[in-house]
Design a protein around this ligand. Structure first.
Ligand code: AGP
Length: 616
């Protein structure tokens, strides 16, 4: 959560910082701000505004650019303190000397704040962050690096910090603990930010900071220290990320673009890992084949949409590899008695690689001796550092806060893992593995055809259904078997971008409670794709219709029977039952998208949410 950026160099910093913040906005958009320091001036020029970056731009338009060539910027997802200008970053110490932007949480801020107040410091915000510049100011004796080291030794929590001192122009200090921070190395200029897109248009040469490292950053030099210890040599890595991918490329929204990018994301995730003979190459996974073959249980830990991918993974692994799978939301797993052990494989699914609860759950399992693999979209992310190896999805940058292409890429990666386990422990014979591999290989083309058809039809079926029901104040989602996680994900998509309450349930459980919610005209979205539970689902639809509900069915193309049970049908292409989540979820992503658009909402930046959740 929160995006931070710093710049020091020869160019005017303001535009570079605001542009950088625009690329970090997915991390939080409750408020934003920047501070500029001009070496010749002891005054800090600070602009802050509530709301997304457009509000900061407006606020900045009223302020002359002093041409300062150093500055810090921040885009906030509120944790401590309401969404107000006073709580927006950067925060400045009461003596006006130390400027700080932070991503993270200072857990002992209450005690520190009291101590600083006793020493006469007046606070102007409700944030935990404000203790940081004030603590540094108290400890400052002419050497910012030293003061930062002494101050961070007193901080509990996790954070990424960028700090400047009025008395030390031309120098930024950066440090991190469990929150990302990386430094961009340009020609006589340096950037520091939460994520690469913030400075990708300026440089691709990147230096990654590790936990508790502290860096002094000047226009033509970066020196890194291992906390209080010696200097460390940190290599500069050239990143080949595609900046174009971070742009909308003609689409109205990132989310809509990312829905269309799913065939490519799945293709790239499986392509060179899926051999013609059904063998699976997962080289970065960090667990050797004999160990994988002996896997007794798989535990999957994740949050939100990644958790839903994990639920699909259970069906795939249990069916293809016959290994029992336990799937749990990471925020619960981390606080239960963990029974994972050396014979277990724990998969932490997190597109961002930063989700605090998922990281914590992975660490708990690792301490117990389980083999831990990070299933993530971000190379080098914290999740990959906290695990034995990684299973990367190759979905490219996902900017829309609502996950779409990373979700289907996660399912594709789990399918690879299921095939691999099945081959290694001989539960899948070669012939079945080859067939399943072929089916999986066909999926990107199938979804591509589907999305192109939708475009040709102007997505008319989905748009019509979505528009018809856009003003409803509640949706029930029902499904069976793999239809259950599809419903969970479809319902989450709708609630997070359209703010409509939803309930997603296994259809067989409906009469044990949720059926009481139905009244005349209630919309019920039902995954009724072909498969061994189709008839059971149809029975549930009858029960729903008998209560006067309106049924929006997701059904397999060519299944005429469904028309007599549903009021609307969202057709999806035929696919093997266990791969249905990859196709059916696309229809529900589109449905949620068009409901939200019909309600006039900003789908890329839903209220109160952030793309990465680095707080528990
Ligand atoms: C997705 O649409 C959600 N915004 C959210 O549930 C997300 O999936 C969750 O926060 C987990 O994120 P991660 O995959 O980066 O760990």
């Amino acid at each position: 959560m929160c995006g931070i950026i710093g710049y020091v160099g020869g160019r005017p910093a303001r535009d570079l910082i605001v542009r950088g913040l625009e690329r970090l906005e997915y991390r939080g958009y409750d408020s934003a701000g920047f501070a500029l320091l001009d070496g010749a001036d002891t005054e800090v020029s600070r602009v802050r505004a509530v709301g997304n970056l457009s509000h900061l731009r407006e606020a900045a338009a009223g302020e002359p650019d002093n041409g300062a060539s150093m500055g810090l910027g921040h885009t906030r997802w509120a944790t401590h303190g309401r969404v107000t200008v006073e709580n927006a970053h950067p925060h400045i110490s009461a003596d006006g000397k130390i400027i700080v932007v932070m991503n993270g949480i200072i857990e002992n801020y209450v005690a520190l704040r009291r101590e600083l107040q006793d020493a006469g410091v007046t606070f102007t915000s409700e944030t935990d962050t404000e203790v940081v510049p004030n603590l540094i100011a108290q400890l400052y004796e002419g050497d910012l690096l030293e003061a930062v080291k002494r101050a961070t030794a007193r901080l509990d929590g996790h954070y990424a910090l960028v700090i400047a001192a009025v008395d030390e122009p031309g120098r930024l200090i950066a440090t991190r603990r469990e929150c990302p921070l990386l430094i961009g190395v340009g020609d006589a200029e340096r950037f520091v930010a939460s994520a690469i897109p913030a400075f990708l248009s300026e440089t691709r040469d990147v230096l990654y900071l590790e936990d508790d490292e502290v860096a002094t950053i000047e226009a033509d030099d970066v020196t890194v220290w291992n906390g209080d210890g010696p200097r460390v040599d940190v290599p500069v890595v050239r990143e080949e990320l595609d900046l174009e991918a971070a742009e909308k490329g003609g689409y109205e929204t990132f989310m809509r673009k990312e829905i269309d990018e799913q065939p490519e994301a799945i293709f790239d995730t499986i392509a060179d890992r899926l051999g013609e003979d059904g063998t699976i190459h997962l080289d970065e996974i960090g667990v050797d084949d004999p160990t994988l073959a002996r896997t007794e249980r798989v535990h999957i830990v994740a949050c939100g949409t990644s958790y839903h991918a994990g639920l699909v993974g259970r069906y795939l692994i249990e069916d293809w590899a016959r290994v029992p799978v336990h799937v749990e939301v990471a925020s619960e797993y981390r606080y239960r008695t963990c029974l994972a052990g050396p014979g277990d494989l724990v998969v932490g699914i997190t597109q961002s690689g930063e989700t605090a609860d998922t990281l914590a759950a992975m660490r708990v399992a690792r301490e117990r001796g389980a083999h831990v693999v990070a299933l993530t979209n971000i190379m080098g992310s914290q999740a990959t550092r906290d695990s034995d190896g990684a299973l990367y999805t190759r979905a490219g940058l996902e900017i829309g806060v609502a996950a779409t292409k990373t979700h289907t890429a996660q399912i594709a990666a789990l399918a690879l893992l299921a095939l691999k386990l099945g081959r290694l422990n001989w539960t899948l014979r070669e012939v079945s593995a080859v067939e399943l591999a072929d089916e999986l290989r066909r999926v990107p083309e199938v979804i591509d055809g589907y999305l192109k058809d939708r475009q040709a039809l102007r997505e008319s079926e989905v748009v019509e259904a979505a528009t018809r029901y856009a003003d409803r104040d509640f949706f029930l989602y029902l499904g069976r078997h793999v239809g259950v996680p599809i419903c969970f994900e479809g319902a989450l998509k709708l609630k997070e971008i359209s703010y409509v309450p939803t309930e997603a349930y296994p259809a067989g459980e409906m009469k044990h409670g949720p059926i009481a919610l139905l009244e005349e005209g209630s919309p019920v979205v039902c995954v009724a794709t072909d498969g061994h539970v189709f008839d059971k689902v149809v029975s549930n639809l009858q029960e729903v219709k008998a209560r006067g509900a309106r049924v929006i069915a997701v059904a397999t193309e060519g299944n005429e029977e469904i028309q007599s049970h549903a009021d609307e049908v969202l057709w999806v292409p035929r696919s093997p039952t266990l791969l249905t989540p990859l196709t059916a979820v696309v229809a529900l992503q589109l449905f949620a998208y068009h409901v939200a658009r019909a309600r006039g909402l900003n789908v890329d930046q839903p209220r109160n949410l952030a793309k990465t959740v680095t707080v528990e």
